[in-house]
Design a protein around this ligand. Sequence first.
Ligand code: HPA
Ligand code: MG
Length: 224
Amino acid sequence: MADVVSKTALDCGIVIEDDWPGYNIDLFSSPTHYSGDLDCVYIPHGVIMDRTERLARNIMDDLGDHDLVVLCVLKGGYQFSADLVEGIKTLSRNSNRSIPMRVHFIRLKSYLNDQSTEDLQIIGAEDLSFLNGKNVLIVEAIVDTGNTLKMLLKHVEGFRPKMIKVAGLLVKRVPHSVACLPDYVGFEIPNRFVVGYALDYNEYFRDLDHICILSESGKMKYKI
Ligand code: HPA
Ligand code: MG
């Protein structure tokens, strides 16, 4: 993990400032079943893909030539994992260096509506003994307080992998974050609730390609 003190500009990824208004939703195409539910396109799908391509290259530069176990954190991480793995595969096909990859899925659950709840469950991580001596890349869609990541790291470290790296598509600037950041960061974003690209609001909006901000009526419509 990169500690906060030695963080360089590139470690933060693309920084989205607090006053970023996003793009008008009608400048892009999005599913009609979500019309009226979204305020703006915060990060267009194409930008996510371009950034992910570069993260794949950075990972390849650092970890090429070693076997890798990709630990995808579901459900939110499925799209980022798939695209990141695809990017690494493409680089492996087109260069002399290549990374043999295994992909494993675990699931964390802690959000209700747009609020984090205290009790966190890890599903599918009971026996990770196959991680012993391996290089592990944890792939998360979003890191906010860092508490979840810290807990997950502790759990994974217990299985004595050779190395653990973390790729996070989004890191939120939150007031009480623990000093624990992903090694590979896509975007640093303000402390706002986002949906799309597999990130959900009560299981909706995973089927949206862009990362967007919910409208008030969208929040009400899918509230439970
Ligand atoms: N959106 C969706 N899921 C999340 C978020 C978010 O902003 N933060 C943590 N889980
Ligand atoms: Mg969720």
